[in-house]
Design a protein around this ligand. Structure first.
Ligand code: SAM
Length: 179
């Protein structure tokens, strides 16, 4: 965690319906079936449903629905996650989003699923570098979403890890802000 204490989390999504589902935070108990033992410690099972533990629930404040592409957030954040959502916007919007996020993100940016072909220039233009720690292990934990015939532009499938040009960015999820 590099000295970062995970005490306060602000969460949002462009879809109000999705936010309401996240706020309710009730999932089928079977969702735990393929979680690691450590992941399971973040959930309670009650009435046949899985629910995040109270300490996690109380750490999260849900913001009104907004788009990460152009929303102006007034707080600043040590860590920003854009989780499985950059592939819902175009490559040009990805570039705009990363420039926008860099205004309120102070240290680390965690991106899962993005436009691989343009991620390096998008990040470098805004003062980010890749953090290669556990790069391959993190990518491989995508599990059944990794497929040999995944297209090089984006889809829900991801190509297997390989040391192609700029793999340190294309296969990375963790980025650090340098300025
Ligand atoms: C596959 S879901 C991922 C949800 C969640 N972030 C996660 O990782 O489990 C993709 C989400 O991206 C959201 N999304 C798409 N475009 C967005 C945008 N421009 N700003 C914020 N959220 C967006 C969609 O509404 C959808 O809920």
């Amino acid at each position: 965690m590099r000295g970062i204490k995970n005490v306060e989390i602000h969460a949002t999504d462009i879809s109000n319906e999705f936010l309401e589902f996240a706020q309710k935070a009730h999932y089928p108990a079977t969702a735990a079936d393929d979680m690691s033992a450590e992941e399971k410690t973040f959930f309670d099972v009650s009435g046949g449903q899985l629910c995040p533990v109270a300490s996690v629930r109380s750490a999260v404040t849900f913001l009104p629905p907004c788009s990460f592409v152009d929303s102006v957030l007034t707080e600043s954040y040590d860590v920003v996650f854009v989780s499985n959502a950059l592939t819902y916007v175009t490559p040009a919007e990805q570039a705009t989003a990363i420039a926008n996020i860099s205004h309120y993100n102070m240290r680390y940016l965690v991106l899962t699923a993005f436009h691989q072909q343009t991620i390096k220039p998008d990040l470098m233009a805004n003062g980010y570098e890749a953090v290669p720690d556990n790069l391959e292990e993190i990518h491989n934990s995508w599990g059944d979403r990794i497929a040999k015939d995944a297209p090089l532009d984006h889809s829900w499938m991801l190509p297997p890890f390989s040391k192609i040009q700029d793999y340190e960015y294309k296969y990375c999820a963790l980025f650090r802000k340098l300025r």
